[in-house]
Design a binder for this molecule. Structure first.
Ligand code: UT7
Length: 329
């Protein structure tokens, strides 16, 4: 006998309802780093664009930072934790891989029992997780999801390795997503994603006792040649033109990579007044946290406004990349 299964009726799409972020209190300047490693403020600012970054206290856990960012995003959405039915945490820096971060974040938020899973696409983690979350909402499988990007990269970076310790930092960002009404229409566009596993070794952690290894120049070349076409495809998939983009929020990898991406998009028709996220300057590279953290900071300082079209572009270890256009809450 062949049975037919019922599925949940789909909704009109998903929208971002609120954003939030959390950064540890301790700020580490380039001058402070230069006290322990052979570097200087001029080199770091000119090559990477970072002036300072936030570093978690030894006892401050990734799940603490993720929970704080999630709580802020839920509040920003005008919701309370019990409105959330799914928690997704994008991260690649948990101290151990079992248990995951998301179930403990759910419990810390006071919503023990909800669906909870982690996504590891490294620095592209948030854009991957947002895409998965948006499709869960669209299909009716989930209703309101908090999607978090959280990293404690300082656990995995050799403080004495000047090629990485100046770049990576700690923090968390989050977005709450929920169903769009027919009248509103979708606020999260289709994702364009992919990977280059043949280049996996260029950003890697060899084993649980090793620190992050990065072939910086190879990653730089890859990012500055392969990512702009992905960003343009994401616009096309959403039925948008480059000139529609109000805010460009790439993963905050390196200011030179971000400026090169903005330049490539402007050559393709993006506006001169398109705002480029430059959160890296005072946050460093926080991997999966960097995009939602930049969104929250830009909303707070007024450089991104409600209703703006934002183009999110994640890329990094894997190598993995994912981009989508969204409407800001
Ligand atoms: O989120 C993950 C995505 N990852 C990225 O986006 C990383 C992309 N790549 C980069 O951002 C850059 O390649 C780096 C910032 C990692 C490095 O910059 P670079 O311009 O590619 O420098 P380099 O590796 O070619 O090094 C140039 C010089 C070398 O010295 P010599 O051999 O020319 O004497 C390095 O030893 O700069 C030296 N150097 C430093 N000097 C001062 C490397 N790190 C430092 C430092 N301070 N921190």
């Amino acid at each position: 006998m062949s049975a037919t299964l019922r599925i949940t009726p789909p909704v009109a799409g998903a929208r971002i309802l609120g954003v939030g972020s959390y950064q540890p209190a301790r700020v580490v300047t380039n001058a402070e780093l230069a006290q322990t490693i052979d570097t200087n403020d001029e080199w770091i600012q000119s090559r990477v664009g970072i002036a300072s970054r936030h570093v978690a206290a030894p006892g401050e856990l990734l799940i603490d930072m993720a929970t704080a960012a999630a709580a802020q995003a839920i509040k920003d959405a005008g919701l309370i934790p019990t409105d959330i039915d799914t928690v997704i945490v994008a991260t690649c820096t948990m101290p151990t891989s079992v248990p995951n971060a998301s179930a403990r974040v759910a419990t810390a938020l006071g919503i023990n029992g909800v669906g909870a899973f982690d996504v590891n696409a490294a620095c592209a983690g948030f854009t991957y997780a947002l895409a998965v979350g948006a499709d869960l909402v669209r299909s009716g499988s989930a209703t309101r999801i908090v999607v978090v990007g959280a990293e404690k990269f300082t656990d995995w970076v050799d403080p004495l390795d000047r090629s990485t310790s100046i770049i990576f930092a700690d923090g968390a960002g989050a977005a709450v997503i929920g169903p769009a009404t027919e009248q509103q229409g979708p606020g999260i566009g289709p994702v364009v994603w992919g990977s280059a596993g043949d280049m996996a070794e260029v950003i890697s952690i060899a084993d649980r006792t090793s620190f992050l290894h990065q072939e910086g120049q190879t990653v730089f070349r890859w990012a500055t040649t392969k990512i702009a076409p992905i960003a343009l495809q994401a616009l096309e998939q959403a039925g948008l033109q480059p000139s529609d983009v109000d805010v460009l929020v790439p993963h905050q990898a390196n200011l030179r990579i971000l400026e090169s991406l903005a330049k490539a998009l402007r050559k393709s028709g993006a506006r001169e007044d398109m705002v480029l996220a430059r959160d890296i300057v005072h946050s460093g590279n926080t991997s999966a946290a960097s995009i939602p953290m930049a969104l929250a900071h830009m909303r707070a300082d007024g450089s991104a406004r409600s209703g703006d079209v934002a183009l999110l572009v994640g890329f990094g270890a894997g190598l993995c990349f994912a981009a989508q256009a969204v409407l800001l809450p």
